[in-house]
Design a protein around this ligand. Sequence first.
Ligand code: ATP
Length: 376
Amino acid sequence: MCVGFTAHQLNIQLTTTNPPSPKKNTPQTKQKHPFFPLQTTYIPYFFLSLSPSMRLPFRSILCNHCCNINKTPTTTTTTTATVQMNYFYSSFTTTGNRHHHRRRSMMREKVLVIMGPTGSGKSRLSVDIASRFPAEIINSDKIQLYKGLDITTNKIPQEQRLGVPHHLLGCVDSSTQSELTPPHYRLLASSLISSIRSRNKLPLLVGGSNSLIHALLSGSGPGLNLRYRCCFLWIDVSPPVLNAYLLKRVDEMLDSGMLDELAKFYNSGEVNKIERDTGLRKAIGVPEFETYFTMGGDDQVLYEKSVRMIKENTCQLAKIQMEKIQRLKDGGWGLHRLDGTESFRAVLEGSKSWSNIWETQVVEPSMKIVKRFLEE
Ligand code: ATP
């Protein structure tokens, strides 16, 4: 469960994303929120689905006025929707509220962002940092948002979290809820950032999905304009070393129960509750094993073919993620590079020294960067 939202609340948020056809929209519904540059239609319908008390967690991203839409008209559902929606829009068009929004957006909160391709140790570094600074972790890996298949999707196991709160990890049920869109992610994650800051902790954004990171961090206007004061840590691992490690990791995942997890997913019919090519069905491992399980789950040749595909697709994912990070760097995002290569080499050689190398080459330099960032 995500702290700040009950599962039930999240359910409601996610099942009401589809706005009616644009033709039905009144001119007011097409208006843009001046300081909240989401795609227009997401805002009213998202909030319409929430009761006034459920809107409260969104105080951080809306002014009080926007949040206090507590009129409950007694007309039919359709009318209720229209009245509330118009009220919502009219609430931020006055000068006073614009001023309120502007003031709020000027107080940019600090966020630490940990980037790196799959397998590079982002989860580990985030817990290493959060065990030294008061911090909480917000997941930004698209696939890890979904509940289930914890081994296949590489969610950090409970015992490795060392008591550090992790948010937006396994909080969407893709068999009953639609995919979490980047604008929705922005709403949820920005609200979490504010609640973490209000507990005087540092929010750590951890994960590899650029579209989610962009959706959350991008401000309005041209150029590089971030909504938060961000410090970016980028774990870089030389591609041949990372690829060798990823192949080993797939074998370890299979040894630790990935096949059983997928067998249950296929044999219980869970897979059929999720639309093809959406949510958890996109996780590497699910499509690759489809033929194997539909053919009875005992053909060794099909098994080996699936494992080969998983390895190839994982390395391909890492390559694409590295290219995306490089583009961010080239685009002027001030990424702090941390070199994890040596510690991964040690892991591959089976040397116990890997954790000391990780400590001196990744964790310690990160801590210095984070300390400077917090003192700024
Ligand atoms: P982006 O969000 O960066 O624009 P994207 O939409 O391609 O890119 P990614 O998060 O990079 O999203 O994931 C791409 C694909 O890689 C996913 O659709 C999924 O197939 C696979 N994938 C990503 N993360 C995981 C994971 N944790 N476990 C399993 N598969 C994953």
